[in-house]
Design a protein around this ligand. Structure first.
Ligand code: BGC
Length: 717
């Protein structure tokens, strides 16, 4: 036994089967404390004397594993007895699961990396002495009852399987300088959702409907005979005939296979997760009953801080969808979606949604970990990979995606006021802006390169996912914006910003020369939102005109959509902003709601009017990006804003904008400086404003500003 832990692994290849490692030891003296630190190459579940050592699931979480791997620390004193048996089962997790449809065969092979664990048990005795049991060749391994576990394809368990033939672990040559203490939020089972309906489909399938799309897994209880089989498939929606559908998971099998032991048993997967609302009971030993199934939500343990409510049930459902979308995609890394063969930390999606995310939940710690992964994954040349952790290294950095490296830390700083976030990220932010400067084809713009553009814009030419806003236009606009935020960051940190101030002026000049006119909704939106247009008011007016001429149809994609309502509201077109927000026909936020959405869809018409699906190649029903409209509701509809960019709501401006098409609307945020609540209610001809602030604030109603102290206020307007 020594203090120095070694990486250990199986001494033979176990193929698809998940290994279990064990350490047995006796305790002869009185123990006052026992601590375990542990991590694995893959997701792990640890049990001491048959009991789970923690409610942390999918440990060790997901980081840029080659550079940073978290270990967890557990107090195991209460689980200790005189004879101890610690077992650690390791699934492929994010570390080893190949992305079936996305990775090349060669890359999939490379994902077949070693499965190992690293850890140390420290026992403190009443006599003051200590004993350390570190992972080394004296630990043993065997095949576990988990016969298969992958992120995308699911889990197979043989409950009757008894591990035999324990062998000594091998020593694995794997770096230890990548090990870091747990940095992010813990991942937990945060909610249980009861099964709502049992459906027998026209095709004769038996489905359980949980009434809500969630990310996690299904727990079932069954009284069975040894060898009975259970097979569950997951899906988000039903097809237009009411049958099970999961073609949109693409190549992710997302299935659970369970071989029963004798008697009554309750089980759920523990080394993987799924995004689903429906479960198809493909095999079950008896007639299934609703009470036998519960969905368990698995999410980073983020605290809810924001609330949105109004008089319209469809809009409230949209709010609910936005919160569920966040819960479903904040599983250790901000992901695009939780279900298909992707589930990646797409930087663009996080950039689009970060402000809403930071009002809805306390995501400071969650993002800090991800920011450190952004820094770790930044390329030599300063480029930011499109997904973090970087599973797609062959993709070129894209504007609006890579800009997440600047925009997200800035927003987290603004919302929570932690300067250290900026301090930590500053070098990475700077290198990203320098990367653009060095890779553009035309100085002071960002031309050339490969970009996702206005991804999913509805003005896309046939056959393209990209809206017709110009790539170079978007890239140059974001170049300006990131440079502007970099300057603000430098000033807060007391760094010299003069070089970037010069750069910024030149970018703006070059942008104005290059783009004297704007061709699309998104181009107008970005020109105003990033203050690049010479005449902001006129550009916003032109945008309003363009939208009206188009029958009040929103055409924007990933880059335009998060800002379009802000731009309209900020320049006197509040009415049109509400028209778009409350619109029911396609394209709109409420169209999916009217078609049964319980989370935010990737496409406004993921299911179209006639019940047809978008192509299964790209049709997620849990994609939080367009949920970014929440920040317009907090900031513009309810009017809760930072005054003069004062971080953490130290100074607040409450400037609500009511609209008669709703009877009332309210929002609240628990900020680092206290609670803020803003509500407006139509009462006859008048509007009553009910505002509560726990910090000094400025309240602006109908253009009149009143400075108030912490307290509750009612205004009429
Ligand atoms: C993802 C998006 C992502 C995009 C990049 C998609 O497959 O699901 O949300 O940002 O690729 O364009």
């Amino acid at each position: 036994m020594n203090d120095f832990a070694e990486w250990i692994c199986t001494s033979e290849d176990t193929g698809a089967v998940c290994p279990v490692f064990r350490r047995i030891w006796s305790v002869r003296k009185k123990v006052t404390g026992a601590e375990l630190i542990l991590t694995a190459l893959g997701t792990y579940e640890a049990r001491l004397n048959g009991k789970r050592i923690s409610d942390y699931v999918l440990a060790p979480g997901w980081t840029a594993y080659e550079k940073r791997l978290q270990y967890q620390k557990y107090d195991i004193t209460a689980l200790l007895s005189s004879e101890n048996d610690l077992r650690v089962t390791v699934g492929k997790g994010w570390f080893r699961s190949p992305m079936p449809g996305v990775m090349t065969e060669d890359k999939k092979r490379r994902m077949n990396r070693p499965q190992g664990i690293w850890g140390r048990i420290r026992l403190t005795y009443a006599d003051g002495s200590e004993e350390v049991i570190s992972t080394d060749a004296s630990w043993e391994w065997g095949e576990s009852e988990v016969r298969f576990s992958e992120i995308y394809d699911g889990e197979t368990v043989d409950a009757d399987y008894v591990t035999e033939g324990w062998k000594n672990a091998g020593i694995l040559e794997w770096p230890q300088n990548i090990l870091i203490p747990q940095e992010g939020e813990q991942i937990r089972e945060t909610e249980r959702v009861a099964a709502k309906n049992m459906i027998i489909t026209p095709a004769g399938e038996t489905l359980i409907d949980f009434g809500q799309e969630i990310t996690g897994y299904v727990e079932f209880t069954v009284d069975a005979h040894a060898g009975d089989r259970i097979r569950l498939l997951h899906g988000e929606v039903l097809d237009k005939n009411g049958n099970f559908y999961n073609e949109n998971y693409r190549s992710a099998k997302a299935e659970v296979n369970y071989i029963c032991r004798e008697g009554k048993q309750t089980w759920h997967p523990s080394l993987t997760f799924f995004g689903f609302r429906y479960v198809k009971i493909d095999q079950f030993p008896q007639k299934a009953d609703l009470e036998q199934f519960t969905a368990i939500v698995v999410c980073s343990d983020i605290r809810r801080t924001g609330y949105l409510r109004c008089s319209d049930t469809a809009v409230n459902q949209l709010f609910s969808n936005i919160f569920w979308g966040q819960k479903g995609n904040f599983l250790d890394v901000p992901t695009d979606c939780p279900q298909r063969d992707e589930r990646l930390g797409w930087t663009g999606d996080a950039q689009v949604f970060v402000k809403s995310a930071a009002y809805n939940y306390d995501v400071e710690k969650f993002f800090i970990k991800w920011f450190h992964d952004i820094s770790a994954e930044q390329r030599e040349d300063g480029g930011i990979p499109v997904v973090i952790p970087n599973y797609l290294p062959e993709e070129a950095p894209s504007a609006a995606w890579g800009d997440a490296a600047v925009i997200c830390p800035w927003q987290v700083y603004l919302t929570y006021g932690n300067r250290q976030v900026l301090r930590d990220q500053y070098p990475c932010m700077k290198r990203w802006v320098d990367y653009i400067t060095s890779s553009t084809k035309k100085p002071y713009l960002w031309t050339g390169g490969k970009h996702f553009g206005d991804w999913l814009g509805l003005d896309a030419p046939a056959g393209s996912y990209k809206g017709s806003s110009r790539d170079d236009f978007i890239a140059s606009a974001y170049y300006a914006y990131s440079t502007e935020l970099l300057i603000k960051t430098a000033k807060i940190l007391g760094e010299d910003a003069s070089e970037y101030e010069r750069l910024y002026r030149r970018i703006v000049d070059a942008f104005r020369k290059e783009y004297p006119e704007y061709l699309t909704q998104t181009e107008h939106v970005l020109a105003v939102q990033f203050r690049l247009a010479e005449d902001l008011q006129k550009t916003a007016d032109d945008l309003a005109e363009l939208i009206r001429k188009d029958g009040c149809r929103i055409r924007t994609g990933f880059t335009g959509t998060p800002y379009i309502l802000h731009v309209l509201s900020d320049y006197g077109h509040e009415d049109l902003a509400y028209t778009l927000f409350l619109r029911r026909e396609y394209p709109s936020w409420l169209f999916p709601v009217d078609h049964g959405a319980t989370t935010v869809w990737e496409h406004w018409d993921g299911i179209s009017e006639n019940g047809e699906f978008w192509s299964p190649a790209m049709n997620s029903f849990n994609h939080y990006a367009y949920g970014a409209v929440a920040d317009w509701v907090y900031e513009k509809a309810a009017g809760i804003r930072l005054l003069e960019e004062s971080p953490a709501f130290e100074k607040v401006l409450i400037k609500p904008v009511p609209d008669r098409r709703l009877e009332w609307l309210e929002a609240s945020i628990d900020t680092r400086n206290g609670h803020i609540h803003s509500k407006w209610i139509y009462s006859g001809e008048d509007v009553r404003y009910e505002i509560e602030v726990e910090m000094p604030a400025v309240i602006e109603i109908n253009g009149r500003r009143t400075e108030v102290r912490p307290g509750k206020y009612t205004f009429w307007g």
